[in-house]
Design a protein around this ligand. Structure first.
Ligand SMILES: CC(=O)N[C@H]1[C@@H](O[C@@H]2[C@H](O)[C@H](O)[C@@H](O)[C@H](O)[C@H]2O)O[C@H](CO)[C@@H](O)[C@@H]1O
Ligand SMILES: [Zn+2]
Length: 312
């Protein structure tokens, strides 16, 4: 990729829908401000459940046509977010959705959970060395909530960040590139609990109400180091993107539910933990911009020698 935009953000997610749920406002904001936002999705979500009854035939135990359908849902979500650079890890269909932890699908040939880590990371290294992002966003080491594809996406993303910077690793994939800042998706407990209180007060239009502790990446507020506000404009884009994933998500105003029918709050501000690189905020302050303190616009700069690694 030549003539790279000054700011470049790479996000790595497991299934179509995760990007909108976790980072829709962030992606829309930076895309709207002219940054290059690159999304890599590791599977097509073939093993998902299906919410709309008229689409139930797509299910893996019926037509097994959910994967291609979710590819189209993801394209519509990218349109809503204004994101133009989306790839599937290794190409669409290279890795299959593994199902929930413990499901027989975990062991199916081709399941992402069974992927060779360095082979999968190699596909991502090629993207990193092409787009040369200053910022990478992915899940924590539990994948947010323990889904095997989320855990594997975390492992592949973190491994690829290391390999992409190694000049001895597959030089044919491009010049080495060190990603300056790496963030994990987080949700601060007080914000989540307040959102559920709003949901209960509003009276959910969903069959039930979820539990705060089940929200992926929920942590004590002190763990969160960055908060990116999408404002009304980008929060609306996030909601539209989530609606585009209609087989997986039902949206009702400031709330949504997955196929389990359990309502939860939809946040227009998204939260992160900086796990590698240097914060651009003052000591003890949260960042409000993931690119704060980025070394330079080229994204080719090595980290400053005195740069303090975030302890994780
Ligand atoms: C948000 C997310 O990661 N969704 C995954 C997840 O889907 C959940 C799964 O079907 C579960 O059984 C339901 O109760 C829950 O409501 C769903 O969100 O796992 C799917 C299978 O791996 C995956 O396709 C989906 O994207
Ligand atoms: Zn997922």
């Amino acid at each position: 990729m030549t003539d790279l935009p000054a700011r470049r953000l790479l996000l790595v997610h497991a299934h179509p829908d995760d990007e909108s749920i976790n980072n829709g406002a962030t992606m829309a904001k930076y895309a709207g401000e002219g940054a290059l936002v690159t999304l890599v999705t590791c599977t097509r979500g073939e093993e998902g459940e299906v919410i709309p009854p008229d689409l139930a035939h797509l299910a893996p135990d019926r037509d097994d046509a959910l994967g291609p359908y979710r590819v189209d849902e993801l394209a519509a979500a990218m349109e809503a977010l204004g994101v133009t650079d989306h790839r599937f890890l290794g190409g669409a269909g290279r890795y299959r959705d593994s199902g929930m932890m413990g499901a027989p699908q975990n062991d199916r040939p081709g399941a992402f959970w069974r992927a060779d880590l360095d082979e999968a990371a190699g596909y991502l290294v090629a993207v990193v060395r092409e787009v040369r992002p200053q910022v990478l966003v992915t899940y924590d080491d539990n994948g947010g909530y323990g889904h095997p594809d989320h855990i594997q996406a975390h492992r592949v993303a973190m491994r690829a960040a290391d390999l992409a910077a190694d000049p001895d690793f597959r030089p044919e994939l491009g010049a080495p590139h060190r990603i300056g800042k790496i963030y994990w998706n987080r949700n601060p407990r007080p914000v989540v609990e307040e959102g559920f209180a709003r949901l209960r007060a509003a009276g959910p239009s969903f069959p039930g109400v979820g539990a705060a502790e089940d929200v992926p990446g929920i942590v004590d507020e002190s763990v969160v180091t960055a908060a990116v506000s999408g404002g009304e404009r980008y929060a609306a884009a996030k909601a539209a993107a989530m609606r585009a994933h209609a087989t997986q998500i039902a949206v009702d105003g400031p709330f949504f539910a997955l196929s389990n029918g359990l309502g939860q709050p939809l946040f227009g501000t998204e939260y992160y933990q900086l796990v590698r690189g240097r914060s651009g905020a003052a000591a003890g302050e949260r960042e409000d911009d993931l690119f704060a303190g980025v070394a330079d616009g080229t994204g080719n700069g090595e980290r400053a020698e005195d740069e303090k690694e975030q302890a994780v």
